[in-house]
Design a protein. Structure first.
Length: 277
């Protein structure tokens, strides 16, 4: 009888475990969207709290590599009253892994030579089209958005992509955050876009008023990577005469992999305290 009782208890325990459900985050919702080419994205949204601000809309922050970084940014946003009144839109993939290296290699990078195109690269403009033409209109339809408070945040390849967006479509966002950007990628391909961007600014062809770029890196990263991001910020300082604000934060004790989990509070605080008026 004791044996039968123990077996019954084991069945009950196992059946209880089988009914376990995944953890969900309060104050969030999730969508599935497809690009014009049929690529599927998982969109994770941290909902705004409180009344619509006097500006007529909520600030919106778009976060790349959402599978990996959405929980940390959502927790930082909800932990402090002053950060809760924003819409956080994280762009991820239908995957159980934090970083889908194949998908992000395509979405966040420039075209590569055929002998260096494994995994496939070169989808940065296609991905930008998805954000601009499909994702942003849906966000604008779902929420009242302050169109003067749009931000883009990315780490590593995502930071590289954020800078590329600033250089090629500066009107898409007001604020760009690049955390440990991969400036070295493809023989520093961003330099050519930087030169074109700078030339347009000097020619008066860009409206950089109320545009900002926040750069950060960990002091335990490769010395070359720290030097590259310092040099970029110094070069862009010259564009402050046209309105572009840029700054650099070196995070003590942080390396390339850890820094995106260290900075969410500071990044959100900066973005929420930056106003057009």
């Amino acid at each position: 009888m004791l044996r039968n009782w123990m077996m019954s208890l084991a069945v009950l325990l196992c059946s209880g475990l089988a009914r376990a459900e995944p953890v969900t985050l309060d104050g969030t919702e999730q969508w599935t969207m497809k690009s014009a080419e049929g690529r599927e994205y998982r969109i994770m949204v941290s909902l705004p709290e409180g009344d619509v601000p006097w500006t007529g809309g909520y600030p919106v922050i778009y976060l790349l590599d959402g599978n990996a970084y959405f929980p940390a940014f959502h927790a930082a946003k909800r932990a402090q009253d002053r950060l809760r009144g924003a819409v956080l839109v994280a762009i991820g993939y239908p995957s159980d892994t934090p970083l889908d290296f194949v998908r992000r290699a395509y979405d966040l990078s420039p075209p590569a030579p055929a002998d260096r195109n494994d995994p496939p690269q070169g989808g940065q403009d296609v991905f930008l089209d998805f954000i601009e033409q499909r994702l942003m209109p849906k966000v604008n339809q779902r929420f009242k958005i302050d169109q003067d408070q749009r931000s883009l945040v990315g780490h590593s390849f995502g930071g590289m992509f954020a800078i590329y967006t600033l250089f090629t479509r500066p009107e898409l966002f007001q604020h760009y955050v690049a955390i440990s950007p991969s400036l070295w990628w493809q023989d520093r391909f961003l330099l050519a876009h930087e030169r074109a961007f700078t030339a347009k600014a000097h020619a008066g062809k860009l409206d950089l008023i109320h545009r900002s770029l926040s750069l950060s890196a960990g002091d335990r990263e490769m010395p070359q990577e720290i030097q590259d991001v310092r040099s970029l910020q110094l070069r862009l300082e010259n564009l402050s005469q046209y309105g572009l604000r840029s700054d650099l934060q070196i995070e003590a004790g942080e390396d390339h992999a850890a820094i995106p989990f260290r900075v969410p509070n500071r990044v959100l605080d900066e973005l929420m305290s930056t106003r057009r008026y």
